[in-house]
Design a protein around this ligand. Sequence first.
Ligand SMILES: Cc1cc2nc3c(=O)[nH]c(=O)nc-3n(C[C@H](O)[C@H](O)[C@H](O)COP(=O)(O)OP(=O)(O)OC[C@H]3O[C@@H](n4cnc5c(N)ncnc54)[C@H](O)[C@@H]3O)c2cc1C
Length: 463
Amino acid sequence: MGNNIVIIGAGPSGLSCAYKLSKAGEPSLLIEKESAVGGLCRTLNFDGYLFDMGGHRFFSDSEEINSLWKNIMAGDIFRVRRLSRIYYKKRFYNYPLSFFNVFHNLGPIETLSCVTSYIRSCFLNPGNDKTFEGWITNRFGKRLYEIFFKPYTEKVWSIACRDISADWAKERIRGLSLKIAVQKAVFGINRNAPKTLKEEFLYPRRGPGQFYERLKALAGMQGSSVLCNRAVTAVYHDGEKIVSLKAEDASGGRKEEFGVDYLFSSMPLPSFIRMMRPGAPEDILAAAKRLRFRSILIVNLILNRERVFPDQWIYVHSPEVRLGRIQNYKNWSAAMVPDQSKTSLGLEYFCTEGDSLWRMNDIDMVNLALEELGRMGIAARRYIINGFVVRRANVYPVYSLDYRENVDIIKNYLARFSNLGCMGRAGLFRYDNSDCAILSGIDAACGFLRETGCVDKALAEAR
Ligand SMILES: Cc1cc2nc3c(=O)[nH]c(=O)nc-3n(C[C@H](O)[C@H](O)[C@H](O)COP(=O)(O)OP(=O)(O)OC[C@H]3O[C@@H](n4cnc5c(N)ncnc54)[C@H](O)[C@@H]3O)c2cc1C
């Protein structure tokens, strides 16, 4: 009791860390640079319409996490049957891939070419299993890789698939292969399906932000507090311990210093290293520089149409548009849209902070989104009622071939600080979903509380 515990970031990992600590009688102060909690799982309210930062399914193999969601949301969370398809060359393909639908859309000649290419890749010309390209080719064949994986993956990462570590494929589509997709098509649902094939998920009635607002309130009841609109800009240490940190508001006009007995951080790992005072050694700074993130820009639109498409989201593989994915929020929960005669969409563009998309002004961005929607035959420009743009940097840790080496260099360096716990997706540089981010927050709290092993099993289940 009485520890000065500070948590950087009030996203899923930061809030669940605070929640766990509060339950053990250790209140904390969360410092959050945005105006509200939830991080990437925040839900934005625009004219009564609710928007995710990209749709957020609640799904986990960990029973502990599923119970946490259900207990905290009580009657406000429900099961959604998933419908998501791939748009490619003016056709829609079911995703998870269904053999008969692929066959129907591609036609017999292309299907035959996919099958022969699969056989060739499996037996004659195995790809390099260490790269994304090789890993997928070995499990789907070259042709299916070129149609269904390469265009979308290169949109997300903007680097060649041969330069992406297979770790990303293993985490995202673990256990999936052409063989499993065919088995599923022939024998139906597979209960042990990899996460990407799960056909149902949980979703809070008013979006994911509703869960994190409740987590904040629960931690608050036990004495924790959140300071929003403050970005941590410097972390001071004595070589063995973190001693204090500096935070500022967006204008930089208001600067405050906070003493620290124990620090948890969910801010991006490379930024944390750059903020250390005295500065980190050159080799550590160099490793941090080699870790890169992709960012996201979302054009949110309200359309004067009752129905646009039946899916919760559509993956846009077609290379002729820059758009990566489209969310349709009323298909997640009717409560996301106050007027059921209207539709709200979130159009996701993957970009790099500072590139031409990132810098495009909001009006041009909305125009680009409307033009692409029209070109794809999804909705005509005349239906637009309103729109706004959201930009978020550092959302996708890039799994380049050397990322793991660089993360290890940094982790080894940070291990000397006995009162520091890093957690979360950007904080650990791990391409994790929110269930793993929550577990990493609880895990970090357990480390402080010395409740070793309190989430080991749950973490192992969730990954
Ligand atoms: C488009 C998209 C779709 C996704 N879909 C799903 C899904 O369907 N299901 C799912 O489970 N997961 C999904 N995820 C992943 C999920 O959003 C993340 O796993 C989760 O948000 C990570 O939580 P976190 O606490 O680690 O990080 P974050 O959510 O990023 O929270 C970190 C917080 O730290 C704050 N911060 C950063 N720097 C500072 C600073 N210097 N000072 C103070 N505060 C700071 C940030 O503002 C942020 O609020 C998706 C992610 C994206 C981008």
